[in-house]
Design a protein around this ligand. Structure first.
Ligand code: SAJ
Length: 445
């Protein structure tokens, strides 16, 4: 049985750690192992990322180039496109994307591609861990059989576990080392070895009885967010109909010191996790004849928020006796959440589409996003990319309506409300002081 051999290698930091996929999850993970004294090898299909890492450059906000350079110089971190080096690794951690197909079904093709690479090099003594968010059963139903096809035996020759990533991009407080790590092995030996590995870089490891429990825990975490954000968004539409200030209601409810957790309405939900992950759970549930209605309802409410935002714009212009058709609209922010540069699944894209459908001349300013391209999912315009405009006084004054879609910290909202005629605030970006001095009419979500 190889568990003890592996735990010894881990204990004296001789275990060589391979990380497949050097994105916002894999790169922080690889650099954390290297910083803690392990030899870490990052495996990437993107040669440009490999080149940047080996020359000490970071392309992930939460990882500094200094940290990479230091580990590269110490010979403890390197990146490669040559997956043959997998056979030198004692632990292999898979951190690849798990998107959705257009049918909203799980797309585990990246996991399968990584598993095929491992399969070709699997040898006695290796621990394989999947971190990509996926449906319960992926590790033991999909990954394990692929590794067993090599003829190597679980526990005797290799170990396999699941440990969900919990990276919160841009979170100043919680980083890899202080976010508790859930770990579930397909066998007890696998759980023990994986827990020993993560204990080297994370303050707290929470071992569970199986890979499925770990997979399901992650999906519960993100479904919890999607459903509660959906509740907040439904509350916003209800409050708008009742002419009640939603944000004041939530602030009041949040004074309850127990049994309440504030979530906030927004223009919709974006990112590569919250809009997608719950569909992995509902898809698996359907395979077992179970209809998880909360997930579907949350998706329905959240995905209709862009439509509600456009209605707020229409209502605001209407009060000024202006038509949507030909109106000049300036969006502040297109990233999916504040102070990040990621537009994946951002509701801003749908808002731009819908405004254009109404004949609006749409521009945006986002300090983090220089340009936005429109894939075939977006119907409007000639498909040409849209570039961020400078937030000049002239730009603000010449807009018929300004829509705050992402509340980036560095934008001077006071100047916006001094110069603009109408502002739709979907993020409560305009605090009381700014609102009290505002020249602009303000409509809040
Ligand atoms: N949002 C709201 N209202 C809220 C909270 C969020 O509209 O009250 C929106 C955001 O603007 C964003 C989307 O939902 O468009 C997702 O927000 P998020 O804060 O969950 O952002 P992510 O997807 O970058 O990160 C999340 C992690 N976030 C937090 O824990 C705060 C966490 O759920 C996961 O670790 C991570 O996804 C993941 O990778 O699963």
């Amino acid at each position: 049985m190889i568990k003890n051999e592996l735990i010894n290698l881990i204990g004296d930091k001789r275990a060589r750690v391979g990380v497949i996929g050097l994105g916002y999850v894999g790169l922080p993970l690889a650099t954390e192992f290297a910083a803690k004294g392990f030899n870490a090898v990052g495996f990437e299909v993107d040669a440009n990322k490999v080149e940047q890492i080996n020359s000490g450059k970071s392309y992930i906000g939460d990882v500094t180039s200094d940290a990479i350079q230091k580990s590269v110089d110490a010979g403890r971190l390197k990146a490669t496109t040559d997956f043959d080096h997998l056979k030198e690794c004692d632990a292999i951690i898979i951190c690849v994307p798990t998107p959705l197909r257009k049918t909203k079904e799980p797309d585990v093709s990246y996991i399968l591609a990584a598993a095929e690479q491992i399969q070709k090099r699997l040898r006695r003594g290796q621990l394989v861990i999947l971190e990509s968010t996926t449906y319960p059963g992926t590790t033991d139903e999909v990954l394990l059989p692929m590794l067993e096809e090599t003829g190597l035996k679980l526990d005797e020759d290799f170990l396999i576990a699941f440990s969900p990533e919990r990276v919160d991009p841009g979170n100043p407080q919680f980083k890899t080392h202080n976010i508790p790590k859930v770990v579930g092995g397909v066998t007890a030996d696998s759980t023990e070895a994986a827990a020993a590995l993560y204990s080297q870089i994370v303050n707290a490891v929470h071992a569970v009885s199986s890979a499925r429990v770990a997979e399901a825990a992650k999906l519960l975490e993100n479904t919890f967010r999607a459903v509660n954000i959906g509740m907040a968004n439904e509350m916003a539409r209800l409050c708008y109909a009742l002419n009640i200030d939603t944000w004041e209601v939530i602030r009041a409810a949040a004074t309850k010191p127990f049994s309440f957790m504030p979530f906030y309405p927004g223009p919709g939900i974006g990112g590569h996790c919250i809009p997608l992950d719950p569909h992995y759970l509902s898809w698996k549930a359907r395979q077992h004849g179970f209809d998880s209605r909360f997930i579907g309802l949350a998706e329905e409410v959240n995905s209709r928020m862009p439509e509600h935002v456009v209605q707020l714009v229409a209502d605001g212009l209407n009060d000024d006796r202006k038509a949507m058709n030909g109106a000049r609209i300036l969006l502040l922010g297109v990233a999916y959440k504040k102070d990040v540069d990621d537009v994946r699944e951002s509701p801003a894209l749908s808002i731009i589409d819908r405004l254009r459908e109404k004949g609006c001349d749409v521009r945006y300013h986002d300090p983090f996003v220089r340009e936005v391209s429109f894939d075939d999912a977006h119907t409007q315009g000639d498909g040409a990319p849209l570039a961020s405009v400078d937030l000049t006084d002239q730009e603000i004054k010449s807009a018929d309506c300004i829509v705050i879609v992402t509340d980036h910290s560095q934008v001077d909202y006071g100047r916006v409300t001094e110069l603009a005629p109408l502002v739709v605030d979907t993020r409560n970006a305009l605090n009381g002081d700014v609102r009290s001095k505002s020249v602009a009419r303000i409509i809040r979500l």
